[in-house]
Design a protein around this ligand. Structure first.
Ligand SMILES: [Zn+2]
Length: 244
């Protein structure tokens, strides 16, 4: 009994694996002309740094034969045709024998940039040309770049323009030493810094969250939202005009 169950399990696993493989083969994205510029730019940014010059020339040859010409990711090509394209690109024969070309192709298959799909005929082997979004090593590079960008943004917001004296002056200079609310001309001694988003509400000491204010306006505003304070000032001005 147990043996039979084991056999069934084995069959199921094989079936599952076959299904997965079939789905992989069936995956064929039809590319749209509008997507091309962003794909090309991601290839230049994230694939070029990971390939040799020979691999790049072969990749573009297959890319043109597949995605550009048919909108599909599959192209059939022979090692001989790829070898001659690489030769004409570099105007030299060094290292571009059929053997060298095959080595470049194998290296790209290893990097999961290309995969050979099934049979080889007289016309060559059918390759699937992957785009950076699908290539593991490109995805890693993309992730690293996003992380780097995030870190540089964090660094900017971490810069303290409130507690560091020379940074405070940068805000005053940006605002021309004028109070943001009453437009009074101030000096470096009478000017103060006001947080647009109060610290108590999560505001930081970044360049964009600080404005110049006179001490009077600064303390009168307190923790009120900037717009509320500006409106209440304008209303007060109107009523005093009426009273006059
Ligand atoms: Zn003021």
């Amino acid at each position: 009994m147990n043996e039979k169950i084991d056999q069934i399990r084995l069959l199921l696993t094989t079936l599952e694996n076959e299904l997965e493989n079939d789905q992989g083969k069936e995956f064929s994205k039809n590319f749209n002309v509008l997507e091309l510029p962003s794909i090309v730019s991601s290839i230049v940014d994230f694939l070029h740094p990971l390939l040799t010059q020979y691999e790049i020339s072969i990749y573009w040859y297959l890319f043109n034969k597949s995605i550009v010409k048919t909108g599909e990711q599959y192209a059939r090509a022979s090692t001989r045709s790829m070898s001659s394209i690489a030769k004409s690109t570099f105007k030299t024969s060094a290292g571009l024998s059929c053997q060298g070309t095959q080595k470049s192709i194998n290296s790209m298959i290893e990097k999961e940039v290309l995969s050979s799909v099934g049979d080889t005929t007289k016309a060559g082997t059918l390759y699937k040309v992957c785009i950076p979004d699908e290539i593991p090593i490109c995805k890693e590079l993309m992730k690293a770049q996003i992380l780097e960008e995030e870190q540089s943004i964090n660094l900017e917001t971490e810069l303290d323009f409130y507690n560091i004296a020379e940074n405070r002056l940068k805000i005053f200079e940006r605002d021309g030493y004028k109070c943001h609310y009453c437009i009074k001309q101030l000096t470096r001694f009478s000017a103060s810094l006001d947080h647009i988003q109060p610290v108590s509400k999560g505001g930081d000491n970044s360049f964009s969250n600080l404005i110049t204010a006179c001490l009077h306006c600064n303390s009168e505003r307190g923790n009120k939202p900037v717009m509320d304070y500006v409106i209440s000032r304008a209303e007060r001005k109107q009523t005093t005009l009426f009273e006059e």
